[in-house]
Write a protein that binds this ligand. Structure first.
Ligand SMILES: [Zn+2]
Ligand SMILES: [Zn+2]
Length: 217
């Protein structure tokens, strides 16, 4: 991506937001990304945008200058019966398809779809979703209490994994990575650019979110 006047300023502003973030892992990544940006002598937009995916304040800054393609927001959705309604007001940081057995069973399909949405950009606007799946307190799957649609999953405080099939603009959430391909049905294919036999190692996520945001610019 060509460097445009004004982007350096934005980078500096973004880095300050990241460095002031209370979460230590974000601060560490900000340091690495800062070095990369200055080494390159210009904006390493993909890496920065990926890092920024971890801090929604920075994502907003980057959107302002066009680093990342914007999905039309808010994006609204509902379960099968409409008792539970949701709204998304932040851009996804990664989109995924998961072929694991659990997802096959819970989705009643070949794989599940997820869009990782920053937590403060997701809200339930109607109804009261209930826990389902294995009811693991560390991996909470939420369902409509009436029609039992599997709507979203919470497991880290930073983001919510929303099932984009609940959203009206589902076609905008093409999966960027696919996981658990070792359990994949032989005929089930997706356009995902990266495949993992299980889940990606933690250290891959910064790279993946960076590349994802680049494809959206
Ligand atoms: Zn419902
Ligand atoms: Zn899965």
């Amino acid at each position: 991506m060509a460097c445009r006047p004004g982007k350096h300023l934005v980078i500096r502003k973004s880095m300050n937001i990241l460095k002031n973030c209370r979460r230590r892992h974000v601060q560490a990544i900000a340091g690495v990304a800062g070095r990369q940006a200055s080494l390159a002598g210009s904006v390493r937009s993909s890496k920065l945008a990926g890092v920024a995916g971890m801090c929604t304040g920075v994502v907003d800054v980057l959107h302002e200058v066009g680093f990342m393609r914007k999905l039309e927001l808010p994006s609204v959705g509902q379960c099968r019966c409409g008792d539970v309604q949701i709204r998304i007001t932040a851009q996804p940081i990664l989109t995924m398809a998961c072929h694991c057995k659990g997802c096959q069973r819970m989705s009643a399909s070949a794989f599940s779809l997820s869009a990782a949405i920053p937590t403060n950009g997701f809200e339930v606007t109607r109804g009261a979703p209930v826990l389902g799946g294995l009811r693991n307190p560390d991996l909470r799957h939420f369902f409509c209490p009436l029609c039992m649609s599997w709507m979203f999953t919470r497991f880290l405080p930073e983001f919510v994994n929303v099932r984009p099939t609940m959203l009206e603009n589902v076609s905008a959430f093409e999966p960027f990575i696919e996981t658990w391909t070792r359990a994949k049905l032989p005929w089930a294919t997706t356009p995902a650019r990266h495949r993992y036999p299980e889940f990606p190692p933690m250290e891959d996520y910064a790279k993946l979110t960076a590349e994802f945001s680049q494809t959206m610019s």
